[in-house]
Write a protein that binds this ligand. Structure first.
Ligand code: ATP
Ligand code: MG
Length: 316
């Protein structure tokens, strides 16, 4: 955050935020804007992966009237213009088309661009912050990202560590989410019990802060409080300390052998495992168990009726 405070001070130096999914890249982009001299201007977010490749140029640079068939009759401002004197946040920047990359590079170097179909040069001041969870060097090697653009976007690079690399953040973040969701759901949660803390600290966190947030949300919603327990979180089974407990059935996937595997039976076993776990965690409450699995009550009842009650078949 100290680094963010420092680099935010320039109004137009491009900043590239790197980090795995769920580490907080969008949150940092917002923090950069709020701490920059442009904070009175707009923060315009563009998800480059969500806009079809053939539309991204007109979205970013805008177009003149009659620029192409279907173009708005009066022409349209692009998002770069909308971000004037503010921040343009290009999320998933690795997904930009090569044509759009060339135009963006020109804009980053000279601050100028043309609306599609126009010969009038426009000049705009805005800060470009970009982010991605992709390996940009690999995109460059595969010819999908211009090297010169990569260097220009990343004049300043902010690498957000994964949650596993900053385990001391886990409990403060979990507490923050606990209070937030307890208030939101009108619950009485005030603390995390010590076993749950150990489980949280030891967990793998492939989805980083987003996964932690989701887990705490679910725990607060389904639990009773006032202490958040491993059962509320549903992560005691995968915690390293618990993994060797006798009688635990931890799911594992069979290797894909040259002779192949039977995908349907793997799916069946996995479904059976989670249905039984959900029933155990909720004290056989089918409504809560269905919620834990994100399926509706009737689907849950139907699927339960399809599985046999004995545990530990082929897979586990
Ligand atoms: N330090 C933090 N404090 C509070 N909430 C956080 C923090 N970091 C991340 N979050 C929350 O975690 C969730 C994921 O963060 P964000 O959307 O910024 O991740 P991201 O890196 O952009 O992920 P992706 O690559 O999948 O787009 C959001 O709900 C965000 O508010
Ligand atoms: Mg994001």
């Amino acid at each position: 955050m100290e680094f963010i405070e420092t680099v935010a001070k320039s109004p137009d130096t491009p900043i590239l935020i790197l980090g795995e999914t769920g580490t907080g890249k969008e949150l940092i982009a917002g923090a950069l804007h709020a701490r920059s001299p442009n904070f009175n201007g707009p923060l315009i977010t563009v998800n480059c992966a969500a806009i079809p490749k053939e539309l991204i140029e007109s979205e970013l640079f805008g177009y003149e009237k009659g620029a192409f068939s279907g173009a708005n009759i009066s022409g349209k401002k692009g998002l770069i213009e909308e971000a004037k004197h503010g921040t343009l946040f290009l999320d998933e920047v690795g997904d930009l088309s090569l044509d759009a990359q060339a135009k963006l590079l020109r804009f980053l170097e000279y601050g100028e661009f043309y609306r599609i179909g126009s010969t009038k040069k426009l000049k705009i001041k805005t800060r470009v912050v970009s982010a991605t969870n992709k390996d940009l060097k690999k995109l460059i090697d595969n010819g999908l990202l211009r090297k010169d653009l990569y260097f220009r976007l990343g004049v300043i690079k902010v690498q957000i560590p994964s949650l596993k690399e900053r385990r001391t953040d886990i409990i403060p973040l979990a507490k923050h989410f606990l209070y937030e969701f307890s208030k939101k759901f009108d619950k009485t949660f005030t603390s995390i019990d010590s076993e749950a803390e150990t489980a949280l600290k030891g967990y793998n966190w492939a989805g980083n802060v987003r996964e932690l947030k989701n887990l705490v949300e679910r725990g607060v919603l389904t639990g009773k409080g006032p202490e958040l327990t491993p059962r509320d979180l549903g992560i005691d089974r995968v915690n390293a300390g618990e993994i060797n407990k006798p009688g635990r059935n931890i799911p594992c996937f069979p290797a894909l052998a040259p002779a192949g595997i039977d995908l349907s039976s793997v799916q069946e076993s996995l479904e059976k495992f989670y249905i039984e776990e959900a029933l155990e965690m909720t004290g056989d409450n089918e409504t809560k168990a269905a919620k834990l699995l994100n399926i509706n009550y009737h689907t849950f009842r139907y699927r339960r009726s399809q599985i046999t009650t004995t545990r530990g078949g082929g897979l586990f």
